[in-house]
Design a protein around this ligand. Sequence first.
Ligand code: DAH
Length: 344
Amino acid sequence: MRPELEEYKKSAQIEIQFVAHNLNDLYKMRNVYLSKNGLIAKLMGNIKNLNPDERKAYGQDLNELKTYLEDLFNNHIKILEKGELAKKLQSETIDLTLPGRSLDSAPQHPFHLIADEICRIFIGIGYIIAEGDEVEEDLYNFTLLNMPENHPARDMQDTFYISDSLLLRTHTSPVQARFMQKHKNEPLKMISPGKVFRRDDDDNTHSHQFGQVEGLVIGEGISFSHLKATLDLFAKQMFGPKREIRLRSSYFPFTEPSVEVDVSCHECNGKGCSTCKGSGWIEILGAGMVNPNVLTMNGYDAEKYTGFAFGVGIERVAMLRYGIDDMRRFYQNDIRFLKEFPKR
Ligand code: DAH
């Protein structure tokens, strides 16, 4: 390389070593040599003034110088960048002794605690769990449960229709019909937990959405005494061994006879208090012997089989178990409320 070009190499090296103290200086210096208006560009511009036979060799030397300078600057930029990064990291070290910000979370929701507990009690005496859909056919929600079109009992549960024949189920009882149709003429014991929906005013004991656990037992010789013993066992396991049950005559289209079931108040032991509104008893579920029409419509021989069924309100049981005063609390997602419940 021509000596005068060789000189630029040296001067660039010296400047980098002694003049550039930081990345900014270095970028500026690189521009002096390598930018569009920099030294190399100017020298390239001079080529046209040379004798044609000199141009090629000069051009090659210039290219060599350009590559040299580019490598030189790039290497030093890298070195300085590393140094600056190290400095930055050092000045921004994280103080690991600061306490972390914890995520506020709650244990299991009381709705699920109780739903699981109800299921566990029945699984313990041989029931199997059946699942149903929250969007249900009118046929299963009403007709196959002995509530044909225009039956007045439909009114009490009239609900959110999706189309003429589809609705958000008003109770978990349609799972009875579906399960019977699947197990035609076989003895069965099932429970089915889930959400149900009704056109209801929302107040402290009503919500447009709530949970139920449906129970169904079918077999030869199943009688009302089986139903009573089962519900008595359930009440004692859920609310304590001292609890008694009381059956009151009622009406449901899908059971005959039908009962409403109360449990003796756990607060006052039946004497009467504010929890049981002075009566000593608290209603917890509806039940009855499966109406023979329901058995027949769903494929069972009603001459051979009998059965009982019941429907428990999940929030109602949870409210009694935990002393919750307002049903809306189940759906407000207030972490202060949710944290009150036991971890499993
Ligand atoms: N389906 C009823 C309701 O939602 C509750 C019920 C009552 C379920 C009696 C039953 C039963 O299985 O036998 O009000």
